[in-house]
Design a protein. Structure first.
Length: 119
């Protein structure tokens, strides 16, 4: 379980670089990038709460299954979102926004999956 926590913390901080810009949806590209990163941070925080609550309600074998499933999801998250960002904005200033929005969207979808997890 400690390994999953480390993965979640790493996933939250990996690549985080708003360079001091604050979120402003209609602002400079860097400000829009910061908004996307903030959206992911909020989703990740909610995911951690939902995961912890779900885990506490499961049997040990179900917890193991959840852990394996979560690790697989986390492994694919960055790779899938990096590819999506590369496909849409490789080398451009929008790349971070596309990456973080993808991660936020995927994390919000994961929250729904965990809330509907069969107990």
């Amino acid at each position: 379980m400690k390994a999953l926590f480390v993965l979640l913390v790493f996933a939250t901080s990996a690549g985080a670089a708003t360079n001091g810009y604050k979120c402003r949806e209609a602002g400079l590209q860097q400000e829009m990038n910061a908004c996307a990163e903030d959206a992911f941070a909020a989703a990740d925080k909610e995911l951690n709460k939902v995961y912890k609550s779900l885990k506490a309600s499961l049997s040990m074998s179900q917890q193991n299954q959840l852990l394996e499933n979560e690790r697989a999801w986390l492994k694919d998250l960055d790779a899938n979102c990096r590819q999506a960002a590369n496909d849409e904005a490789e080398g451009g200033s929008m790349w971070p926004m596309v990456f973080w929005r993808c991660k936020a969207d995927e994390t919000n979808a994961r929250i729904i999956t965990l809330r509907n997890w069969k107990r």
